[in-house]
Design a binder for this molecule. Sequence first.
Ligand code: ADP
Ligand code: MG
Ligand code: MG
Length: 894
Amino acid sequence: MTTYVYDFHQGNRDLKDLLGGKGANLAEMTNMGLPVPPGFTITTEACREYLAHGAEPAALRDEVGEHLRALERAMGKRLGQADDPLLVSVRSGAKFSMPGMMDTVLNIGLSDDSVSGLARQSGSPRFAWDSYRRLLAMFGKTVLGVDGELFDEALDAAKKSRGTGNDLDLDDADLRKLVKTFKEIVRDRTGRDFPQDPREQLDLAVRAVFDSWNGERARLYRRQERIPADLGTAVNVVAMVFGNLGMDSGTGVAFTRDPGSGEQGIYGDYLQNAQGEDVVAGIRNTLPLTALESIDPPAHTQLLSIMGTLEEHYRDLCDIEFTIERNKLWMLQTRVGKRTAGAAFRIAVQLVDQGLISMDEAVTRVSGAQLAQLMFPRFGPAGQAEKIAQGMNASPGAAVGQVVFDSDRAVELAAGGIPVILVRRETNPDDLNGMIVAQGVLTSRGGKTSHAAVVARGMGRTCVCGAEEIDVDTRARRAIVPGGIVLQEGDVISIDGSSGAVYLGEVPVVSSPVVRYFEGDLAADGSDPLVDAVHRIIVHADQVRRLGVRANADTAEDAGRARRFGAAGIGLCRTEHMFLGERRQLVERLILADGDEARDAALAALLPLQRDDFVSIFTAMDGLPVTVRLIDPPLHEFLADLTELSVKVGVAMATGQPVAEEDVVVLEAVRRLHEQNPMLGLRGVRLGLLIPGLFALQVRAIAEAAVICRQAGGDPHPEIMVPLVGAVQELEVVREQAEGVLREVAAETGVDVPALIGTMIEVPRAALTAGQIAEAAQFFSFGTNDLTQMGWGFSRDDVESSFFSRYLDLGIFGVSPFESLDIDGVGRLVRLAVEEGRATRPDIKLGVCGEHGGDPDSVHFFHQVGLDYVSCSPFRVPVARLEAGRAAILGRVG
Ligand code: ADP
Ligand code: MG
Ligand code: MG
């Protein structure tokens, strides 16, 4: 038979699934011999059954009865006993802490009879009536569904008629009157009297706590924190102890270290003559915990000693709730406490130094997400700036700049050294240029998976999205914000990507010391404890990780930063931007070339430019591998826009103006190259096979650049990567050509720089035939962005704004598969390709170069599946290093 109720002596901290966090830790403290009031826990299983069937399991009533009798025996009084009542609290407590999201009722067992008994027993009628009015309000609100404000208003009125704002000034007569009022409110609102039978109170309160699992607050919180909706809550029934018995009593909350900064030393608040939530509800000003030292020295000493015991026992920062009843200390709750990212790092190494945990464990106590948070610049105090709107905190960081409403203008201003914030209704792929040069991006539409948000996060760019109060009028180049303020181009705003706040004016920004450390500008020399902590943890992660970390970098500048951030090479150097800007004309000539000669001339003009690009990148990554991806995107991306050009030519013809010969030729080419689904069209290796000489040009530029570096005394390690291969035959053709070019360059220069030739695995067919493809490839690099697009059959740019948020709401994705690898589906393709690729070629090098390479969960998967390295944006390199270390340690344990 199932057991639905556990005495505190029967549980322990590992039973969180069943007893909830609060119950499990109350049991743990009980068994540690700490002063916990006795009680018992009704399991989450009972709650789940109740929620499923709309009724408590039949056996629950008797089981609660038995445990209640045991509690009554232990306390020497019965629940609600008229002359000396036992009172209990009925407290929610789920597996994961959901602070304040569910309900708790205190002082269960009080009634018109027992309130007098309590007054006599305690010698304080004021206390008895204070407890009763609290029960009525809490029970009325939580259990009977009465609007809580009615009680608050009545309390305020009572204080007012006393001419005071302080609840302590109400005497027993006032409180007795208040009880009468509260009872009337209950009768008035529910059509029944407050139940006087203590067992009925208890049962109704338990049911209300069960129900509070599905309260609106709780549901919202769960969704945000990704807590499963079907866990249910446990219910803890705890003998009451009273902090409202006078000034020698009180209640408080405390942390064993500062959860904000990680500073060592206790931290907390205390309130005399108070009960329950009073401390956090702000009804009176609380005292700092240190004040307890003079108020009640023995209790203070005991509390400190218990906090020390808890830290040693849990080997972590704990937060606690306690109550002092007439100088006697009681522990009411503890848990491993939440903390900021900075505190997490500092506390982890403090615990190592105290001998409580190992360095391995310290690495698992922090996360890549926390490290990433520490790397964003942040705002200092807002100063003069005024907060004008609130959006979603889509990509953390603090950005200040002039408002611009389109990308071209952003590029223009940024080129002149002016910091800009790109303000758009929403962004689309055309805004990429603007996003790259902007300090930050602000949109009025779209959520955390909108284009702006995803792209900004990928770039490490600050972004606030979905600031719906802002009315962006792109055409008029202005935005109207609440309060009638009009933002014009050039106005300075500040956006906080960590909070979603938007300010008019400049909020001062302070750069992250952690980034200055990675840049090499700040040493871990004891001057900043946070930097020291990050240093120690990342160094240890590097020691234990198996997975290599490279960076995606297309320029020498990015390559340099990636290297300083700890990248062991470039996993993806894209070449298409090398064909943009002024060079676009050359590409246009190449595309329009009507014969071998014209084409060769166009290619020849591109060669030296490409070669220079590679020389600078190889130099920045001297001694380390650089994977260069041959050109990938469809050609039309290098030509003028179809619609624009058609309109231009059409208008000219209709109005009898002369039409430029060039426009006609280009238009024809654009039409010819136009594709319905460019993502699935003529791109990647297909392009290389169709346009003779294009890939050969790139391979030659790579080879010649490598020779130049070698001749200058360098040590280049080029790797040539062919995109979008779906069949080994494609790769074979390209490989043969490429090897020919490499041989030619070696013969011409007398210098032979070996280069690996490999392919991306980004088309599902490539993954499925990886065994064959490995015959021709010396390495694989998983392009998980395209593999995700093609695996799911949707194009990222189209779907993210159209239906992703709905899918997330429906729980079809827990998280966007572009953010975190879809392990069940796309991950399966990766696993298969790894196994079959290695079977064919045991020494094949395996890496990943999609954005997932910097995503913590995905990194763990890539570790498990046995890749050699992940590659991610330079800014994410430390995150990947840390997560690779964590994956190695956690993999050993699990
Ligand atoms: P939450 O999960 O929202 O913190 P709790 O169940 O911890 O809710 O209870 C709310 C408040 O009531 C807390 O301050 C807690 O310390 C206090 N409290 C709960 N049970 C008792 C009790 N048996 N005696 C005294 N105070 C209690
Ligand atoms: Mg609590
Ligand atoms: Mg791709």
